[in-house]
Design a protein. Structure first.
Length: 696
């Protein structure tokens, strides 16, 4: 599951930000089970025009105790019309069925429930989901951007809105869907298509899908509509992308790396993709993806034209949802309090793949983005343990603690354990719990079994406790010894290994120190006075750091450090740009640094001539956009023609939007602004900038 919103701000979370008021939230325990569902057979007849469904679900189960005579199921939105000859009651959210006799422990039984619903329009806000979220089942009329279609979103507790079930992740069952729809529709679902039958007289088609490996109900899904199927034929595993007909030409651009991603994870995880096929299905009004079992539904907005690819690539999203086919779908958190076992792992392996795809520097930037997203939440909203059994709705667990923080924690765990022990632990954990349910302790135990390492201390501080290290560091050098001092400023102390990169005229040396105390200092041998000291050379630690440096050291860092070090130096030097050495170094970095994000971050309000060059010539749209933003801050009317030229010439939607924004500040050019306001672009960024300018 991904909510796509990236904020690249590194704010210093104040030392004592708001904590979640645990007592204000109910304590949640994993749900106890009275029975074990083995299989769901879901028959649905769907009627778009009436936004109606007619359902018949047969549930096969085994009681988990003797004397089992009452079956209670989750059921919302639809009205049960009959349960064979059995007596039943439907109360808000529940269906209670009185069986014809008591059943013994483990005695298999089936019940068939008939139900229907008309004018379906589920209000997600009544179930803890945001407005506009298509919880359960949605009947979507045609709009300029998508055809008429029907789709489910069973995440987190949506399944109960389209079939009666035990709707909690700690029970897994096989499933089949038999859906009857208009003949012009395709139906895509979990598992393997068994067959399609057509009733020409009625103008209907019935699709029969079978998922014969157990999975949790929040992963059950189907979509029905006039989909175009784009298949990847480059390997044995059937891979298809199901998109709206007009999007077919662009589908490959977003989904084309799917096979490569799955093959990468097969190797990386040491566990082969466990499902018989992999479909990705576009749905409207959804900003992200939901990893239903081998049938991921993905927001159609990710599909984009060639121009947009430089600013809006889909690979991270595709990798994230594909990673879930292992993390969450194969091995599933047994309760929402352990959501990180799904989301942190998918977020972490998204990062591992992006690093593999784009290289070390882009990988470091990707991980930095995760850190910044968590730190922003920690500063602006709250800090909480990643595993917390206090929440109102399951969706409360889906925040930047369970995505980004947990993802970064896994990166630290890998470094701590070492490459091979970490990979062995991951493979062992997957094999041991395949098609099963887990909690955090299961992961700790798997690490211990595979590596011998008992890491309770690590999980206690990073997963079961709120917060992160807030450090102050500095150093002195004297006669061959560099004395590094570190202070922990946050309330609870952390224990952490830190790599210290020390560069002198004679080269770089990396030291490993363990920080444990409130105040600590480390004497590190260093023959010459350091030119640069890089705290956390590996860029792994999730922390806030204050490390005062001289302008000289920052200038050296801007020119010589790793990519994150150079970005940090650019940010630290910008307030000192009145110093001609600093402004010269920043211009040099903005023009010549090999990595785009350093050039972008070195852009500062300087002479228009320099910025015009960067805005029109840099190969990175992000750098051109940053230069246009800096030019816009000059409020120089003589630049209006340049902004218009950039709007017309730049092939980046982001740069175009920034040119429009700059023009808006200068006023005038109404014709161009109206033209831009009508322009199609991803996330509507160009039109939004024009509307803002016109409103101004
Ligand atoms: Zn996810």
């Amino acid at each position: 599951m991904t909510a796509v919103r990236l904020i690249l701000l590194l704010g210093l979370a104040s030392l004592l930000p708001a904590q979640i008021d645990r007592n204000a939230r109910p304590r949640r325990a994993e749900r106890s089970r009275e029975y074990d569902v083995l299989h769901y057979r879901i028959k649905l007849k769907l009627n778009d025009a009436a936004r109606a469904l007619e359902g018949e679900t047969r549930i096969t189960l085994r009681p988990l105790r003797d004397g089992f005579d009452t079956l209670v199921l989750d059921a919302e939105t639809f009205r049960v019309t009959s349960v064979e000859q059995l007596r039943f009651e439907q109360t808000p959210g529940k269906l209670t069925i009185h069986l014809n006799r008591p059943y013994r422990f483990d005695e298999e039984l089936s019940v068939t429930i008939s139900y229907r619903a008309e004018n379906v329009a589920i209000d997600p806000t009544r179930h803890g989901m945001p407005k506009g979220y298509g919880l359960g089942i949605s009947f979507k009329p045609e709009t300029p951007s998508h055809p008429q279609l029907i789709h489910t979103l069973s995440f987190p507790e949506g399944a109960r809105h389209w079939f009666p079930c035990y709707d909690h992740p700690n029970d897994k069952a096989t499933s089949e869907l038999i859906a009857t729809v208009e003949a012009r529709y395709q139906v895509i679902s979990n598992g393997v298509l068994q067959g399609v039958t057509e009733d020409r007289a009625k103008g209907e088609k019935t699709f029969h899908w079978l998922q014969n490996q157990p999975h949790s109900t929040y992963l059950f899904a189907f979509a029905a509509g006039p989909y175009a199927q784009v298949t990847d034929k480059k390997g044995p595993l059937p891979i298809s992308y199901w998109v709206f007909p007009n999007a077919a030409p662009d589908a490959e651009r977003s989904f084309g790396k799917t096979r490569e991603i799955i093959e990468f994870f097969n190797r990386e995880l040491g566990y082969a993709y466990p499902w018989p096929k992999y479909d990705q299905i576009a749905i409207p009004d959804f900003g992200g993806g939901a990893e239903s079992t081998n049938a991921t539904v993905i927001g159609s907005k990710t599909i984009h034209d060639a121009r947009a690819d430089q600013d809006f690539p889909s690979h991270a999203l595709v990798a994230h949802e594909a990673a879930h086919q292992w993390w969450g779908n194969l091995v599933t958190m047994r309760d929402w309090s352990h959501t990180w076992l799904n989301e942190s792992f998918a977020t972490y392996y998204e990062y591992v793949y992006m690093k593999h795809l784009l290289g070390r520097d882009e990988g470091a930037l990707h991980l930095l983005g995760k850190k910044r997203a968590y730190l922003t939440e920690a500063r602006e909203k709250y800090m909480r343990p990643v595993v917390l059994d206090r929440w109102n709705w399951p969706n409360d667990n889906f925040d930047r603690h369970t995505y980004q923080k947990g993802g970064v924690v896994l990166a630290m765990l890998r470094s701590l354990l070492g490459e091979e022990p970490f990979r062995r632990s991951i493979t062992h954990y997957l094999k041991k719990h395949a098609f099963g349910s887990v909690d955090t302790h299961d992961f700790q135990i798997a690490i211990r079994e595979a590596s011998g390492q008992v890491l309770d201390w690590f999980f206690d501080q990073w997963i079961f406790r709120a917060g992160h290290p807030v450090l102050e560091a500095g150093y002195t050098w004297e006669s061959g010894v560099m004395k590094l001092s570190v202070r922990q400023k946050q309330p609870d102390l952390f224990t952490m290994p830190v790599s210290i990169g020390v560069t002198t005229g004679g080269g770089k040396r990396v030291h490993k120190v363990w920080v444990r105390q409130r105040d600590e200092s480390f004497d590190l041998p260093c023959p010459e006075k350091p030119l640069l000291v890089h705290f956390d050379e590996e860029e792994l630690l999730l922390m806030e750091l204050t490390f005062r440096k001289s302008t000289e050291e920052l200038l050296y860092q801007l020119a010589h450090d790793n990519v994150i070090g150079r970005m940090d130096a650019a940010a630290a030097l910008k307030p000192l740009a009145n110093d001609p050495r600093v402004s010269a170094a920043l211009r040099q970095a903005a023009a010549d640094d090999p990595f785009w994000a350093v050039r972008r971050d070195a852009i500062f309000p300087t002479d228009a001539g320099f910025l015009r060059l960067r805005a029109s010539q840099d190969r990175s749209s992000a750098v051109r956009t940053a230069a246009l933003a800096a030019l816009g801050q000059l409020h120089d009317a003589s630049l209006a023609a340049f902004f218009e030229e950039r709007f017309r010439a730049d092939d980046s939607y982001r740069a175009q939007a920034e040119a429009v924004r700059a023009l808006g500040r200068l006023g005038g050019r109404m014709q161009l602004l109206r033209e831009a306001a009508a322009m199609k672009s991803p996330d509507d960024i160009v039109a939004a900038a024009a509307r803002e300018a016109l409103a101004r």
